[in-house]
Design a protein around this ligand. Structure first.
Ligand SMILES: Nc1nc2c(ncn2[C@@H]2O[C@H](COP(=O)(O)OP(=O)(O)OP(=O)(O)O)[C@@H](O)[C@H]2O)c(=O)[nH]1
Ligand SMILES: Nc1nc2c(ncn2[C@@H]2O[C@H](COP(=O)(O)OP(=O)(O)OP(=O)(O)O)[C@@H](O)[C@H]2O)c(=O)[nH]1
Length: 433
């Protein structure tokens, strides 16, 4: 779980350029590990040792200004709802526009931290032009150039100061987030799962924001459902459900240990569902995929096997994920779903003792050592699991830089085979020893 920073502003002020600059360094690393393509709107970054997520709300708006006019209230409202800090980007080239004033009006009313950021200040001349943005009534501003990076450090120094500290969950209960596209059946699922209110044990309000963990005790399991209040409350912004569900997902996913990703079988594991899947993966959360409304699917034309294969194809390379076919309507396999989520939770917090790990992995490695690279032989000497919230393994060897991705994948697959990490993203490192 982490803090969220949202970038708002009218089209063309440089939001995506700025967004890319912020996440570049880190995403390059992440991409290398997972081979996953990156999301245009959502990424993680860190500054002065503080990690946070960054959302470019602009990407959701159609590029034309007249459409934007109608959308702006919603975008800003969503950012206000979901983010811990808001960066309001404006463009020194164009100066203050009517739309900037519109956004400023919304932002002046809220009590979350708002940073007025004057972009495209590529040189000192332009810095002088920035003074006109005082007219927006948001007080001091920061000047940056997203293209050459100047000013961004000073801005981020201030931004991370206002972000909430990571909250450690008080108790060691699994935290499940039910996520998915609008209309997938999330509310129905939750209602079926928890039944009446009597299964609610407590409502734990987040201290720094209004996200809520609700503790349940059902089917012999004790667990927290993350942000279900928000889901049950129903999106207040009806027309823009897709965007809303993404924002909600970000928050809920970060706050969870395991994401229960629901989708509508009649609509398929489409691009939007996949985005949420990768969001969970990128955050190293456990994942269970539920194919809902299976009652509506003609079983003669679509077998479970075919359907599963299609989903797994889209998940590559992270395919070791439980896929369960359910019908909330007919109450089919709902219990199985929660049971599986508990298993995934356990897999995610599993610790393999170093001795056992080496006893099993070293013979496997001996039987198939890393291929020689540039005539050099790599010798892996031992391995250990790192004490992190999700599984990370370090393999110590003489020449870590010569171990290529296919071999890392081989190690990952063997770890999965031997120890069962189903539903859990993991990282394999090679370290010098
Ligand atoms: N001179 C200069 N140009 C910039 C800077 N930042 C962005 N631009 C340019 O401004 C234009 C718009 O940038 P984008 O990042 O696409 O703007 P955006 O706000 O994401 O636009 P939408 O995607 O339409 O919301 C591009 O041509 C960028 O190259 C900057 O710091 N200086
Ligand atoms: N046939 C069938 N319909 C279902 C099933 N699960 C949910 N539905 C229907 O799908 C529709 C959407 O369900 P919701 O639970 O409101 O979906 P949601 O994901 O919470 O939707 P949002 O609140 O819009 O995000 C409702 O009409 C449900 O009755 C199912 O297993 N089978």
């Amino acid at each position: 779980m982490g803090a969220i920073v949202a970038i708002v502003g009218r089209p063309n002020v440089g939001k995506s350029t700025f967004f890319n600059r912020l996440i570049q360094r880190r995403e390059a690393i992440v991409d290398e590990i997972s081979g996953v393509t990156r999301d245009r709107h959502y990424g993680r970054t860190d500054w002065n040792g503080k990690e946070f997520s960054i959302i470019d709300t602009g990407g959701y708006v159609v590029g034309s200004e007249d459409v934007f006019e109608k959308e702006i209230d919603k975008q800003v409202e969503l950012a206000i709802d979901e983010a811990d800090a808001i960066l309001f980007l404006v463009d020194v080239e164009s100066g203050v526009t009517g739309m900037d004033e519109e956004v400023a009006k919304l932002l002046r009313r809220i009590d979350k931290p708002v940073f007025l950021v004057v972009n495209k200040v590529d040189n000192a001349m332009r810095a002088a032009d920035a003074v006109e943005f005082y007219a927006l009534g948001l007080g001091e501003y920061f000047t940056i150039s997203s293209i050459n990076g100047s000013g961004t450090g000073d801005l981020l120094d201030e931004v991370v100061k206002v972000l909430p500290e990571e909250e450690e969950p008080e108790e060691d209960l699994p935290r499940f987030a039910v996520v998915g596209r609008p209309n997938a059946g999330k509310s129905s699922f939750i209602n079926a799962l928890i039944g009446e209110e009597r299964y609610i044990v407590t409502d734990i309000a987040g201290t720094t924001r209004d996200s809520i963990d609700t503790r349940y005790n059902r089917f012999g399991f004790d667990f927290n459902l993350v942000d279900t209040a928000g889901i049950r409350r129903k999106a207040k912004v009806k027309e823009d459900l897709e965007f809303y569900s993404v924002m909600r997902s970000v928050r809920a996913i970060e706050h969870s240990d395991v994401c229960i990703l629901l989708f509508d079988a009649t609509r398929g594991f489409d691009g939007q569902v996949q985005n949420i899947f990768w969001l969970a993966h990128r955050n190293n959360k456990g994942i269970v995929v539920l194919v809902n409304k299976w009652d509506l699917v003609e079983k003669e034309t679509q077998s479970v096997k075919q359907y599963t294969d299609k989903i797994r194809k889209a998940m590559e390379p992270f395919t070791d994920v439980p896929i369960i076919f359910i019908s909330v309507k007919e109450k089919q396999r709902i219990y199985k779903a929660i049971e599986t989520a508990v298993e995934v939770y356990k897999n995610r917090s599993k610790r393999i003792p170093t001795r056992k790990l080496n006893d099993i992995m070293l013979p496997i490695i001996d039987a198939k050592p890393p291929p020689a690279y540039k005539g050099k032989f790599v010798k892996i000497k031992f391995c250990t699991q790192l004490p992190t919230p999700y599984p990370q393994f370090a393999f110590f060897c003489n020449l870590p830089q010569y171990v290529r991705d296919p071999y890392k994948r081989f190690l990952e697959n063997k770890l999965r085979e031997q120890f069962d990490f189903t539903g859990v993203p993991m990282t394999v490192f090679l370290r010098k020893k």
